[in-house]
Design a protein around this ligand. Structure first.
Ligand code: CMC
Length: 374
C-alpha cells in the first residue's frame, strides 16, 4: 500500500459514474452523453432533470407525467411552513435550505426505505417541495406573505411566482431555466462526493442531501456565486474594476468565480451562461455588471491564465433578476438536488463503503497520566 498523500484527492479516480462526464481537454460537459450547451438550447429544466434522474430524455407523455408528479408534490406541510416562518430572519438561506431538507426527512414516511422505488418517490418529493420552502423563507424574512405554489407553471416560472408574486418575461425565465440546467450536475464535485460518502454507509437520501447542502455552501464551491456579487458590489463601478482586480492579485487574494479543480482552460458552462447574462443585462437595461465582468475576466486571464467558472456569470445574472445575494446558492441547491439524487441512487445500486486512509503525524505512543498527577 502506497504512503503517498493525495491531499484533496487530487487526480484520484474513486468510482465509475454514468451520470455526467467532464472532459476538460475538449472543454465539454455531458449529462448522460448529451452536451450541456445542446441541452440548454433544446430542452427545458424539467426535461433535463428527468434525464439526469432516469438516464434518458423523456418523451411527451413521460414528461407530462413527471411534471404532473412534481406539481402535485409542490405543497409543503403547515408544519414545515411554520418552521420556515419562525426561523431567525438573519439565518443564512443555505442553513435554512439544509434544515428544510432535514425536516422533509422527519416528515417523510419512507425516509429509511432505501429501495430504488422508494428513493425515486422521495427524490420527487424533495425536488418538488424544497423550492417552495426556500421561496417561503425568501418572503417570510422580509415580513411578506408566503405565496403557495401554483400548478400549470413550469419549475422556473413557479419559483419566480413564489418569490415575487409574478412571473417575469419569457426571456428572463429562459435565462433562469438555463442556469438551472447548467447547475444540475457536475460529476464528483465536493457536495456530490459528500452525498455519495454519506450514502456509502447506507444512510438515507434526506441525510445525504442535507450534508451535500452544507458542503455546497462553502465559498470554494457553490457559495462562490454569492461571493462574486459581493466582489462586484465592492468594485461598485466599471471604472474601478481594473485597479481593484490588479490590487487583489498583487495581494495574492483568491478571486471568487475563477479557477476550477478540473477545468484549467475554462469551464465549459461559462459561454452559455455568459450569453444569457448578456441577454438579461440588455433586458434590464443595466450594463454596469457586464462591464465589470469583462474587465475582471480579461485581467484574470492575462495575468494569471485563470478562467471564470460558472459561478462568475450566474451571480450577477441572479442579481439582475431581483434575487437577494444570499439566495444565489439556494437556487443552485434546487437544481443540484437532481444531480445529487442521481448519484445517491447510483451509489446505493453498487455500494462500497467510502473510507480512505490517513497518514498519522501526531505524537508517538504515550502513557496516560492520571488527572491528579498532570
Ligand atoms: N483566484 C486567484 N488565484 C487562484 C484562483 C482564484 N480564483 N484559483 C486558483 N488560483 C491559483 C492558486 O492560488 C494557486 O496558485 P499557486 O500555485 O501560486 O499557489 C493555483 O492557482 C492553483 O490553485 P488551487 O487552489 O491549488 O487549485 P484547486 O484545484 O485546489 O482549487 C478552486 C480550485 C475552485 C478551489 C480554486 O480555483 C478557487 O479557490 N477558486 C475560487 C472559488 C470558486 O470560484 N469556486 C467555484 C468552483 S466551480 C463551481 C462550483 O463548484 O460552484
Amino acid at each position: 500500500m502506497s504512503d503517498e498523500i493525495k491531499k484533496g484527492l487530487l487526480g484520484i479516480v474513486v468510482d465509475e459514474t454514468t451520470i455526467s462526464q467532464v472532459m476538460p481537454d475538449i472543454n465539454s460537459l455531458t449529462y448522460r452523453g448529451y452536451a450541456v450547451q445542446d441541452l440548454c438550447e433544446k430542452c427545458n429544466f424539467e426535461e433535463v432533470a428527468y434525464l439526469v434522474l432516469n438516464g434518458e430524455l423523456p418523451n411527451k407523455s413521460e414528461l407530462k407525467k413527471f411534471k404532473n408528479q412534481l406539481e402535485k408534490n409542490r405543497n409543503i406541510s403547515i408544519n414545515l411552513r411554520e418552521i420556515v416562518r419562525h426561523m431567525p430572519k438573519k439565518s443564512h438561506p443555505m442553513d435554512v435550505a439544509r434544515t428544510i431538507v432535514s425536516v422533509l426527512g422527519l416528515e417523510d414516511k419512507e425516509t429509511t426505505d432505501n429501495s430504488p422505488k422508494a428513493n425515486m418517490r422521495k427524490v420527487i418529493r424533495i425536488f418538488a417541495k424544497t423550492p417552495t420552502a426556500i421561496a417561503a423563507f425568501f418572503r417570510a424574512r422580509k415580513g411578506k406573505k408566503i405565496i403557495p405554489p401554483k400548478r400549470n407553471l413550469s419549475f422556473a416560472e413557479n419559483f419566480f411566482y413564489m418569490c415575487f408574486g409574478k412571473v417575469p418575461s419569457k426571456d428572463i425565465v429562459k435565462a433562469f431555466d438555463v442556469s438551472l440546467i447548467l447547475y444540475a450536475e457536475h460529476s464528483f464535485n465536493v457536495s456530490t462526493f459528500t452525498a455519495r460518502t454519506i450514502t456509502s454507509s447506507l444512510s438515507d437520501i434526506h441525510g445525504a442531501i442535507t450534508g451535500a447542502i452544507a458542503s455546497l455552501k462553502g465559498p470554494l464551491h457553490g457559495g462562490a456565486n454569492e461571493e462574486v456579487m459581493h466582489m462586484m458590489s465592492k468594485i461598485k463601478k466599471p471604472e474601478n474594476a481594473f485597479k481593484w482586480i490588479n490590487k487583489a492579485l498583487d495581494k495574492k487574494e483568491v478571486v471568487m468565480g475563477f479557477g476550477h479543480r478540473v477545468y484549467k482552460k475554462g469551464d465549459s458552462r461559462v459561454p452559455t451562461m455568459e450569453k444569457y447574462f448578456k441577454k438579461v443585462s440588455k433586458i434590464q437595461k443595466d450594463k454596469k455588471f457586464i462591464k465589470i465582468y469583462d474587465v475582471v475576466k480579461s485581467v484574470m486571464i492575462e495575468r494569471k491564465n485563470i478562467h471564470p467558472n460558472v459561478d462568475y456569470p450566474t451571480g450577477p445574472t441572479y442579481h439582475l433578476m431581483g434575487f437577494d445575494t444570499d439566495f444565489f446558492t439556494p437556487i443552485f441547491v434546487i437544481s443540484r438536488i437532481t444531480g445529487w439524487s442521481a448519484h445517491i441512487m447510483e451509489q446505493h445500486a453498487a455500494n462500497k463503503l467510502i473510507r480512505p486512509l490517513s497518514k498519522y503525524s501526531g505524537p508517538d505512543h504515550r502513557k496516560v497520566v492520571l488527572l491528579n498527577q498532570r
